[in-house]
Design a protein around this ligand. Sequence first.
Ligand code: ZN
Length: 658
Amino acid sequence: MKSRWNEAEAKQFAGDPLAMRVYTSRLLGADEDLVMHGGGNTSVKTRETDFFGDPVGVLHIKGSGWDLKTIEKPGFAPLRLEPTRRLATLDTLTDLDMARLLRSFLLDPGAPSPSVEAILHAIIPGAFVDHTHADSVVTLSNNPRGERLLADLYPDCLILPYIMPGFILSKQVADAIRGLDLSECAGIILHHHGVFTFADDARTSYENMIGLVDRADRYIAERAPGPLPRADSRPEPLRLAAVRRAVSRVRGRPQIAMLDASPDGAGYASRADIEAIASRGPITPDHVIRTKRTPAIIPAEPGEGAPAVDAFADDYRAYFRAHASPGHTMLDPAPRAAVWKGRGTIAFGDSAKECAIIADIARHTRRAVQTGEALGGWQALPPRDIFDLEYWSLEQAKLAKGAGATPPHQGKVAIVTGAARGIGRAACEALAEAGAAVVGLDIDPGVADALRAHGAAGIACDVTDAGAVRRAIEQTVLTYGGLDIIVCNAGIFRSGERLEAHTDDTWDRSLAVNLTATQRFITAAIPFLKLGCSPTILVVGSRNVPAPGAGAAAYSVSKAGLTQLARVAALELAESGIRVNIVHPDAVFDTGIWTEDALRRSAERYGMTVEQYKTKNLLRREITSREVAALLSTLAGPAFAATTGAQIPIDGGDPRVI
Ligand code: ZN
């Protein structure tokens, strides 16, 4: 563990304690081995004047929802120091009352809620207090000889046994330090939880933290045997999709499943003792909120994903029954993480972002577990302690408040073809806004860049290359766990060729891109859609299907074939719960198809100006790509759950269609 202190950088913040607090908090946050994803907290005590000009002691403590890695001044909640400190003198206080009282001590009611460890920060001496959940220190804690190990390693620290965070932890520390002279104390070590350091200057408190954690790092490095096991992984996308469906079913909503098949992940999942060591519990109890106490174990053999997920859910219900008190509300029994034997680890969540957090914790956990095993045995806290944190009143209160409105496609995975511009790009954006993880395919090598700003990923791929499309589907499934929505949008349009002068190339290309490629795409996607959540196929047809125009035979025929293909798909796939619907847009001119030249020629054919041509429908309006995308997203959602085989015009009204 190296200090990241930089004197030149730090100098800028001299004389501004809160700015200095931001600086060293970010130094701690920069190291994942110290704190992760909102873990840990820091504070600084200042003397200020209040609104009336009266002097007041202030504890600026990290607010909830802020991460040390990126925290800024507004991320610190300014608490009146004296009443906060005084809370520790109470004999009892519920954590819900503590949270409410702390909010009432805020000097700024608009500030974020102060950390639940605020009282601790108030009673620990020193202007600056740093607190981390350092991997290496808790790894040593999670050892059968943990007490002895930490006592030997930290003779200059106050070491306290594990106790649940919240008011009772503050009481424990308050009792332990009462009457003690802490001027020679390098820090406070909390078993199975983390480390506190403190000093009147930011640098000393920070450097003490690094020094203490470095001792544990070195102890482990000197004794742990060599590098962790690594293995190659060949995960089967269909099996991953089946596991993801099973987890979504138990969770009651679609889940993203993010596979980590890295050599480290596969090495861990390939250990002979994996079942035993993976299910002993988390590094620290607070991880349970994101990961649950244990991962599901998915067997290496094919076809047994769903029973393994059900077995996890049964175990979870038994764990709840064993530890719950009246008034506890059971959380959903679905796993948040899994070990897939021989393949790697999987994170489950509502979004790719949530999965990435779980995956990070899983990565640190597997390292800690394996290191712990090598040092004499990984031994997490007993399930009772983990349960108490998982069902902590403060967490249950959040649950009662509800999660708010859920976006309609949250947890779903979508692929859109022809995604670099026009309707395809707008569809990617609309589906991503509605919560889906979206991958756009396009022959344009810039597709990934084109979609990044719209919240979607891109894969450059020629849709007429069936192998490339299959690989893109598999890549999508291996990234997000499954496939629920496909939008068949890629198409080309060459106008102005009457039949007597029709070129073979226009005909062949139109059918290859608009029709044959879509058939190959749908055929390749079906096995995954069968394992999807509310799976649906959306086909972008054309007004040309019900009302063809002269001079566009190849386009009209390919789109008519596409429509017939979609109708057959609706007939065949209904028994698998897959809906297939078609939209027939017209007058959408903000797409790649409509070059100025194509527009002029089409207008000429109708004997109109371009402006007249653009608004020649009954409603006298252009249709935007965004409007078509909104219709596609709505069609994929619950409003159309009972609709399949439908053809919906979005053309401003065409008398020939009506
Ligand atoms: Zn903590």
